[in-house]
Design a protein around this ligand. Structure first.
Ligand code: ZN
Length: 811
């Protein structure tokens, strides 16, 4: 199917034209890397900085609320994807070194338990080596019903979801209260205990306000229950009442989409990027009719560094020395000695013998050394400039007298075995499908934008294996490969991935050092470099004034020097440009989230990137509930309703993320997994997560296949109800599947330029229009695959649109 067949006319509004963007640009991006203390006291800004020889831990940080969370994000601190709202505040997981923990505490943050430390990572490596040796289409009608029932009440139940997770039974409720912005009251939910029982007989639970960036969104909360409730009731503090039916979230149908003999379970250990690429090359060689390996157009900057050393102990007397050659190309052979000549009145002198550099320091009449760091750096650059450049520490004047130092080798500090290439690294995708000519609907799955997330690449490999190894025997799989053009990139960021496996387990970003001269360019900053590949894209980015990315070259959310500055990101952009690309999954860990756009907002004001239309949001929810049900099949682990939805609704703002680029720039239905519970879980857990999220990824392929086969036209109806306002009526449209409705109220022909029926609000169903009784309503609906109701052709003189009157049914 070609892109032109998609109904982008009604979906693709020009991006970044929202008035809020211009407003925010005036405010400018937050200064990253520094922050005022959260209590507001004025102090010297504290800089978050890690030293090179310490590993990072995953620790809990407790913040009062979302305002303080935004401040924490603005420090550039490295947060993983876990954000838990508790009665005491919000608990987030930060990936920080002891030095950074100390800085956070000085800023006034409360730091809690250590959840994962370097020893855990080391243990995973050991384990791995040992192993090697050995969300809601079905709910749409329900939401619509509730919205109608609740129009007269100041409280409205948005969702009431019952589900099992492990052996727990859970009821999750979301409701909007008209006073939620100003009143801090919780809401009390009363449950029945099953069909025909009294409200309240199943107990009660409180749900609390969800406020983000100062804006009230809704109340939410989950509680364990002992029986599946049929109905709930909320009585608001003003005495208004709302009642809703409880829906089952992710019920597992009895029939399995996997036929008898379906093969799975193909991964036996964590895999490095080199191993991931070897694996897809072997697979493609084994199935040449069905798959090929494609080298993406942009090589990374490479798992390589200049050889470096910092001599000295204090900022004033430190001399930093960098090789001109890469470490593996001779830089690592260079050494520097700062020698005390042991005699009075000697001049500063530099001699170079092969790659050994000897600095004879100047002395005074008493024989004491007098050379300063600035003098030594200048002499080194002047006399040994063919081998190295030398500089004082991070812009310091370097007036301190240096300490003599024995001959010290420079090093790139890279510990991967020689089998890991130090050259710019080609990034590989495996392309799977019987017809790989662009004629089939494209689906993209890509993993490891974030280097330390070791499970998502395995999900991609497991999925590729399932597709190829079941093709010969499983009719469903055969159909997927016949109808789809599947691109799987197991590691987008191989340099960072290798660095995470061999050098610094907590590495999140790529390895490219963009810090300017005079900044953190020296060896001691080597674990602080890199661009966050999931903040370097083009839509709603830091450069557009959006929140949740940093301009600091040492921040773990560093957006890079400009949009798409990084080869890793240009590769994703290249893939997304393919005209047949229609669906994508960006695989991350952790937190068991399942998300889509919008993924960013601007502060203050929480000005969001545009929300999807009601039709698209319905499609996202419907497809999501299929995908999450497939995940749950593996071991009854439920991704919760509270962790399903737009990124900026359920997590935090992430300016310049890839999902937003794919959705806003290319119109691709783009989802994001946050797999599992930690970056590098024990192998048993990693294995389980791989199996369950591969179920989900295969289900996405089935969603894409069904979309491709969808030739069914939607149908829609007009419903009219009394309005509290005299002479007016309340009007709503109901559709048979996720579909957009265009309407006119002036008797004109409806076209794609007519008014688009909208959502009533975040996580709600369709709006209620209030119109004069007797208004003539003309409309048509169009589904996500472009099928138009009753074969109406809005662009010519076709007359098969729907006609109705906004009048109450008589009788
Ligand atoms: Zn991630």
């Amino acid at each position: 199917m070609s892109r032109s067949a998609f109904p982008h006319r009604w979906r693709r509004l020009p991006a970044a034209t929202a008035a809020g963007v211009a407003l925010l640009l005036l405010a400018g991006p937050a200064t990253a890397g520094t922050a005022a203390p959260p209590n507001g006291e004025q102090e010297t800004p504290i800089v978050l900085e890690r030293s090179a020889d310490e590993q990072a831990d995953v620790v809990e940080v407790l913040v009062d609320g979302t305002a303080q969370l935004d401040e924490l994000v603005a420090t550039g601190v490295d947060l993983d994807h876990d954000v838990t709202h508790t009665d005491q505040g919000i608990v987030v997981h930060a990936v920080v070194t002891p030095t950074e923990v100390a800085a956070l505490k000085r800023m006034g943050y409360r730091v809690g338990a250590v959840l994962h430390d370097a020893a855990d990572s080391a243990q995973r490596i050991t384990e791995r080596d040992a192993t090697i040796a050995a969300h809601q289409a079905e709910n749409q009608a329900y939401t619509a019903t509730l919205a109608r029932n609740a129009t007269a009440s100041d409280v409205k139940i948005i969702r009431a979801d019952y589900y099992t997770s492990g052996s727990n039974q859970v009821l999750s409720v979301e409701a909007k209260w008209a006073q939620g912005q100003t009143s801090t009251s919780t809401l009390t939910v009363a449950r029945d205990s099953g069909p025909g029982t009294e409200i309240g007989s199943g107990g009660t639970q409180a749900i609390s306000r969800f406020v983000d960036a100062g804006v009230y969104l809704y109340h939410r909360g989950a509680a364990t229950v002992t029986a599946r409730p049929q109905r709930i009731q909320i009585t608001s503090p003003t005495g208004d009442v709302a009642v809703a039916e409880v829906k089952e979230w992710l019920p597992i149908p009895a029939d399995s989409p996997e036929g008898p003999g379906y093969q799975k379970d193909f991964v036996t250990s964590y895999l490095t990027p080199t191993e991931l690429y070897d694996r897809i090359k072997r697979l493609a060689a084994e199935y040449p009719q069905l798959a090929e390996v494609v080298e993406l157009p942009y090589k990374t900057n490479g798992y390589r560094r200049k050889a470096q050393v910092v001599l000295g102990t204090a900022n004033t007397n430190r001399v930093a020395v960098d090789s001109l050659a890469w470490g593996h190309e001779g830089g690592n052979d260079i050494s520097v000695e700062l020698a005390d000549p042991g005699a009075a009145d000697r001049p500063l002198a530099v001699t170079v013998t092969g790659k050994a550099i000897r600095v004879s320091l100047a002395t005074n009449a008493d024989g004491a050394v007098t050379s300063t760091a600035a003098q030594v750096a200048a002499a080194l650059t002047a006399e040994a400039g063919a081998l190295v450049k030398a500089y004082t520490y991070r812009g310091d004047a370097g007036a301190g007298v240096v300490a003599p130092a024995a001959s010290t080798p420079l090093s790139d500090n890279l510990k991967a075995p020689a089998g890991v290439s130090r050259d710019p690294q080609p990034v590989y995708a495996i392309r799977i499908g019987k017809y790989r000519d662009g004629s089939r609907t494209g689906v993209l799955a890509y993993a490891q934008e974030h280097a330390r997330e070791w499970v998502p690449p395995l999900v991609s490999i497991e999925t590729a294996e399932r597709l190829l190894r079941n093709h010969a025997t499983d009719e469903n799989t055969k159909q997927l490969l016949r109808t789809l053009d599947i691109w799987i990139v197991p590691s987008i960021n191989p340099d960072g991935g290798h660095y995470s496996f061999y050098d610094y387990a907590s590495q999140r970003r790529n390895m490219t050092n963009h810090c300017p001269a005079g900044g953190a360019t020296d060896a001691l900053a080597r674990n602080s470099w890199g661009v966050d590949n999931n903040r370097n894209y083009t839509e709603y980015s830091l450069f557009d004034g959006y929140s949740g990315a940093s301009a600091s070259c040492t921040s773990d959310t560093y957006a890079g020097p400009s949009e798409l500055s990084e080869p890793e990101n240009r590769n994703v952009d290249w893939l997304a440009q393919r005209p047949n690309m229609k669906f994508s999954m960006n695989l991350h860990s952790s937190g068991n989230y399942f998300m889509w756009s919008p993924g960013a907002y601007a502060t203050p004001g929480r000005i969001s990137a545009p929300r999807p239309t009601l039709a698209d949001e319905s499609f996202f929810w419907g497809a999501s509930s299929r995908i999450l049900t497939a995940i749950k099949r593996h071991r009854n682990m439920a991704v919760t309703p509270a962790r399903t939805g737009p990124i900026s609704d359920v997590l935090y703002s992430a300016a310049g993320n890839s999902g937003d680029m794919l959705w806003y720039k290319y119109g691709i239905y783009a989802w994001n997994f946050e797999v599992g519970t930690s970056f590098q879980p024990t192998w048993d857990e990693a294995h389980q997560e791989t199996m369950e999220f591969s179920n989900g990824l295969v289900e996405l392929l089935r969603v894409a296949r069904d979309f491709d086969k969808d030739k069914k036209r939607p149908t829609s109806t007009l419903s009219v109800e009394p309005s509290p306002t005299e002479g007016m009526v309340s009007v709503r449209f109901d559709v048979s599947e996720p579909a957009a409705v265009f309407y006119t109220l002036d008797g004109g022909r409806p076209t794609f330029g007519s008014t688009l029926y909208a959502s009533a609000g975040i996580r709600e169903g369709g709006e209620t229009l209030t119109v004069p009784a007797g208004t003539k309503v003309h409309w048509f609906s169009v589904d996500a695959a472009g099928n138009i109701e009753r074969n109406y052709r809005p662009d010519d003189d076709s007359k098969t649109f729907n006609r109705g009157w906004a009048t109450l049914p008589t009788g």
